[in-house]
Design a protein around this ligand. Structure first.
Ligand code: PNS
Length: 164
């Protein structure tokens, strides 16, 4: 039984995240998608909204026998991972530019907790430039989001700015 944590802000979940989860499902029996509660950041969506969207869009992915669930955490990721009895942390790497920061985090996490491995996974090339940050920027400037995020996420973003 192999359990992985897939941590992140998921503000909002993108098609790139879903692609990583599908790929992770080929390697792990269980993946816990762990949303970081970060009181220092002003998010677009609340934790509850992000969690709700993730749970909805996960219904549409290919996961085989893998159990996928959504949770949130505060504090050190490795403490959370230990409490969940996880074997690994999954992180997506899109480009070399991601690697430096991800390597630093992975090595720090390993120093803090040597029993937990970090596994880097590459999303499909189609998503190699997709990030939650750019998705929000494109949305706020009136650009098209089709193909970058699930349709549900795009409609929730529209509802949010229209006060719905
Ligand atoms: O989606 P993001 O914002 O790139 O995710 C970053 C995340 C949540 C993986 C990272 O900020 C994190 O693990 N935060 C928890 C605090 C922690 O453990 N810090 C030390 C790790 S080096």
């Amino acid at each position: 039984m192999r359990r992985a944590i897939y941590p992140g802000s998921f503000d909002p979940v993108t098609n790139g995240h879903l692609d990583i989860i599908e790929r992770g499902c080929k390697l792990f029996d269980e993946i816990i998608i762990a949303i970081l509660v970060n009181p220092e950041k002003q998010p677009f969506f609340s934790i509850e909204e992000r969690r709700g969207m993730l749970e909805e869009v996960l219904k549409g992915i290919a996961r085989g026998k893998c159990v996928v669930r959504v949770d949130h955490f505060q504090g050190l990721l490795v403490h959370y991972a230990l409490a969940q009895k996880a074997d690994a942390i999954v992180r997506g790497i899109r480009a070399i530019s991601d690697y430096e920061y991800e390597l630093q985090m992975a090595l720090m996490n390993r120093r803090l907790e040597p029993s937990i491995e970090t596994v880097f996974m590459m999303p499909a090339e189609t998503y190699s430039y997709v990030s939650s940050r750019l998705v929000k920027e494109v949305f706020q400037l009136g650009g098209e989001l089709a193909g970058l995020v699930p349709p549900l996420v795009e409609s929730r973003m529209k509802e949010k700015v229209s006060g719905g």
